[in-house]
Design a protein around this ligand. Structure first.
Ligand SMILES: [Zn+2]
Length: 270
């Protein structure tokens, strides 16, 4: 008993860590599943990322490859976001330790740099482009690329049309156009599987956004932070982790049992 109490006391007085983005919460809420959803943005060499300062908005391809290799080497199952929603609904069980991979904004570097690595490892992921950029801006996916990725086992979802915050939409007509309208466009172009999932631009949440996502016919909406636990109560704002190059943090999210003991390879030097 005493060593236990002493350990707890030590933990209590240890200085708090100061991550740049939130770490996993310690307590397990009731009726929920621990299936971390990682959110990637740009996957690009440092030379292309000039001006992007936020650690969660760009990752070098070699670090992304290191993270995917870690999942493969450790046998960590990568499951689709839709199968996590199935599991939250009680329709299926997921393998222990499963994780979900998602990509926001539809940047073409995801197609060029991340998609080949996902294929190499046989991993599935969900991509959330904002539809207005498709075929208009060469820094973003084309519809043909989205179709190719979908045919290779990836899922496509909505991130609105113009990448607007749902908490700042000026009226319900804009909300409908951005949330429901993009779902129709995705379904017309890519089929019904592309009408299941929504990701909130900037992770901005609002009750009206939840209602719009639900009313539009999506199965779930993904938020941008919040940790590894989800339940039916969070299905319209699923919690997730912004992915960063920090391998120690990555391991603590995807492989918490190993985080305390295993040596962690540093990402390659810049
Ligand atoms: Zn975004």
């Amino acid at each position: 008993m005493w060593p236990l109490l002493f350990g707890a006391w030590l933990v209590a007085i240890a200085p708090p860590a100061r991550p740049t983005v939130p770490n996993p919460p310690i307590q397990r809420p009731p009726d929920s599943l621990r299936v971390p959803i990682l959110v990637y943005h740009n996957v690009q060499p440092a030379s292309e990322a000039r001006g992007i300062r936020a650690p969660d908005l760009t990752m070098r391809p070699e670090v992304f490859a290191t993270q995917m290799k870690y999942l493969k080497d450790r046998g960590i199952p990568v499951v689709s976001l839709a199968s996590l929603v199935d599991a939250l609904e009680g329709k299926r069980t997921l393998p222990p330790g499963a994780v979900v991979l998602t990509f926001d904004d539809g940047r073409v570097n995801q197609y060029e740099r991340a998609f080949p690595i996902l294929k190499q490892y046989g991993f599935t992921a969900t991509f959330f482009p904002f539809t207005h950029a498709m075929d208009r801006n060469r820094r973003y996916f084309t519809w043909a690329q989205l179709k190719e990725m979908q045919a290779a086992g990836m899922t496509i979802g909505s991130h609105t049309s113009l990448h607007v915050r749902v908490d700042r939409m000026k009226d319900s007509a804009q909300m409908r156009a951005e949330v429901s309208g993009t779902r129709q466009v995705l379904i017309e172009r890519l089929g019904p599987a592309a009408g299941q999932l929504f990701a909130y631009p900037f992770g901005a949440l609002a009750p009206a956004g939840d209602s719009a996502v639900r009313a539009a016919g999506y199965r779930a909406g993904r938020a941008y932070t919040g940790g590894p636990w989800n339940s039916l109560a969070t299905r319209w704002r699923l919690r997730s982790f912004p992915a960063t190059e920090d391998m120690k943090r990555f391991v603590s999210i995807v492989d918490p049992g190993a985080a305390a003991s295993a040596p962690v390879r540093r990402p390659p030097a810049q």
